[in-house]
Design a protein around this ligand. Sequence first.
Ligand SMILES: NC(=O)C1=CN([C@@H]2O[C@H](COP(=O)(O)OP(=O)(O)OC[C@H]3O[C@@H](n4cnc5c(N)ncnc54)[C@H](O)[C@@H]3O)[C@@H](O)[C@H]2O)C=CC1
Ligand SMILES: O=C(O)C1=N[C@H](C(=O)O)C[C@H](O)C1
Length: 247
Amino acid sequence: MSIRVAVLGAAGRMGSTTVAAVHAASDLELVAELEADGDVAGLAGVADVAIDFTVPQATEANVHALLDAGVHAVVGTTGWDAAALDRVRAHASTRPDVGVLIAPNFALSAVLAMRFAAVAARYFASAEVVEMHHPRKLDAPSGTAVHTAQGIAAARTGAGLGTMADATSTALPGARGADVDGVNVHSLRLEGLVAHEQIFLSNPGELLTIRTDSFDRASFMPGVLLAVREVVAHPGLSVGLETFLGL
Ligand SMILES: NC(=O)C1=CN([C@@H]2O[C@H](COP(=O)(O)OP(=O)(O)OC[C@H]3O[C@@H](n4cnc5c(N)ncnc54)[C@H](O)[C@@H]3O)[C@@H](O)[C@H]2O)C=CC1
Ligand SMILES: O=C(O)C1=N[C@H](C(=O)O)C[C@H](O)C1
């Protein structure tokens, strides 16, 4: 039996790519394409899984409505903070029949780059993240960069590493990027780019650079389809595709 799938944000860059990918998957059936003002509650009994590629301002309300409707959610929209994740986690705990995955990046190269950075972080004195995207992106830093920095910070804390050396005492606002749990994150917006990230880890005399590039939104589709097939077996809130990959 096929999985019935709805796509929220279906007319967008990611939504339209996702609609095509779902159409092309023989085990999935596309049952709804929603845009702003679409009837999310009306998906109850119609869709098994909804994929959300909308906007940061809309995605949390969509997830709560999907939980109420008993529809599993695969969310790629970024801009989530800890408080919003906590609200979804609490709501999901009241619906043990529903799974929610919120993943800042579905490209396998990006998921692995984040994992490699977290593994490496304990061995390096300094770490910074640079993300580069198309200029139509609404949020900064990217969700991927935030997740990367959080992984690095957690690994450093776990290894007993302290604050990174940085003697900067005068700076233009933003010159040292955003501080994500003590890791500096820098955002570039450049015409012609899709989604790219570089992670720098250094010690005296050496530098490790980890880089991931999405040149095309097709790069996200294998991860999105994997998530649709897996989310039905993962009740509660999962954050990051790595939780479905055993990484
Ligand atoms: N997790 C991942 O692998 C990836 C995540 N993203 C994220 O996905 C999101 C969407 O990115 P794009 O497709 O480039 O943006 P986009 O602007 O091209 O598409 C967003 C679409 O959502 C629609 N929309 C707005 N409010 C809505 C609502 N309440 N209900 C339904 N539809 C609504 C808009 O009309 C638009 O068609 C962004 O947050 C982006 O950061 C993007 C690429 C990969
Ligand atoms: O807006 C985008 O394009 C992307 N957004 C996600 C993010 O914020 O990390 C994933 C990918 O980088 C593309």
